[in-house]
Design a protein around this ligand. Structure first.
Ligand code: SF4
Length: 371
């Protein structure tokens, strides 16, 4: 393909588009992962803290392999044109601000072209990671997902990490052979919503999985070679179930020993069943200090080699000299256990010395539609 000027490359990009879903983990945003939507929404769609919020309660749909491949082709075309612009500006394939300016000069409308912005940012960040959307990609027939993964890897050999959300229930039902096939096809990391290891709370929030199934799924995924991120929700049991939540979640994680434990403090969001429960007074949330005590209880019981990660703004932060200061670092790698356990416990002690009122109170965000 050859083009005569800025305008033609920039205008050609606009002809290509692909579908992107609404959600991805923060760590995939930090690395500007390429988002490939293999399914739409969530096949379970019942968790009381999520339903009606994350995917707007929309119906789950499988996408056809052909449609997903067409999206990958569109990404490839946009990437090819961006590379062409890089060469035209003497940048020999390097993607930088000069390339962006060149393209936007040729077609200012690209600023609002989601596909261009997304692919440009992905390439600008190195083009090394991709995330398969939506909520539970492993629900797809294994051979279909394998085909998509292989096609994606073939299109973009620069990819070093491909990740996806996966429900424990779905992973637990996959055969070891299917899980290995997915890993060998290039899927490297699974983001799994543990939320809690306590069976009573799991039933209350309608997670559709038991603690034993969480453990089975985590172990199976690790056995197949996946890196695992397990997401935990501090305060999901409310004040009255704080102690059982901390104890049983640590117990489940000690059995799985995942690569990452990522903390997502619980907030009742608008349009979710748990928000109604909260409004009816059936669920009392913990204060900032009580949340720290739950965290202390949890961390003390952890016996894992995982990284404990606070990569979400809802983790504890406090006001100091007119600034908002996170108590824990909020990067994507967090703290290594067991080596940094004492450091985390010291930070918790420090937090407990700060007035409750100085913390950004999670309660202020209750009822927000999406966080
Ligand atoms: S499985 Fe995940 S996406 Fe689906 S309802 Fe539960 S929390 Fe939401």
């Amino acid at each position: 393909m050859s083009h005569t000027g800025i305008g033609s490359v920039a205008e050609e990009i606009e002809q290509f588009s692909f579908e992107v879903g609404p959600i991805r983990p923060p760590s995939e945003g930090g690395s500007a992962s390429l988002l490939i939507r293999a399914t739409r929404n969530c096949p379970w769609n019942r968790c009381t803290f999520c339903y009606g919020s994350s995917y707007g309660g929309k119906k789950f749909q499988l996408r056809s392999v052909d449609d997903v491949k067409k999206d990958i082709d569109a990404v490839n075309s946009i990437a090819g044109l961006i590379n062409e612009a890089s060469k035209a500006t003497g940048n020999t394939g390097v993607i930088n601000q000069e390339v962006a300016s060149f393209l936007l000069q040729g077609n200012p409308g690209l600023n609002n072209h989601t596909g261009f912005v997304h692919v440009f940012n992905w390439l600008y960040s190195g083009g090394k990671t991709a995330f398969i959307q939506d909520a539970d990609s492993l629900i797809m027939p294994t051979k279909d997902l394998v085909e998509i993964l292989k096609y994606l890897k073939q299109a973009f050999p620069s990819l070093e990490r491909i990740t996806s959300y996966a429900r424990s229930h779905t992973v637990a039902r996959k055969s070891p052979g299917d899980l290995s096939a997915l890993h060998q096809a290039g899927l490297t990391r699974l983001h799994m919503g543990l939320e809690t290891g306590d069976d009573e709370i799991l039933a209350r929030i309608e997670k559709g999985v038991t603690a034993a199934q969480h453990v089975a799924a985590g172990l199976k995924a690790r056995e197949a070679g996946f890196e695992i991120s397990e997401y935990v929700m501090p305060d999901i049991g409310g004040r009255s179930r704080s102690s059982q939540h901390a104890k049983n979640t640590a117990m489940v994680l000690n059995k799985i020993n995942p690569d990452f434990i990522r903390l997502r403090p619980f907030i009742p969001r608008a349009n979710t069943p748990v928000y109604d429960e909260y409004l009816r007074g059936e669920l009392k949330l913990s204060s900032p200090h009580e949340r720290l005590l739950e965290l202390k209880n949890f961390v003390e019981k952890l016996e894992v080699d995982s990284r404990l990660v606070f990569d979400h703004f809802l983790n504890p932060s406090f006001r100091s000299d007119g600034r908002i200061v996170p108590l824990f670092k909020q990067d994507y790698e967090g703290y290594k256990l067991p080596e940094e356990k004492d450091k985390i416990l010291q930070l918790i002690s420090r937090g407990l010395e700060i007035d409750n009122e100085k913390f950004l109170n999670a309660n202020d965000l209750i009822g927000m539609p999406s966080l």
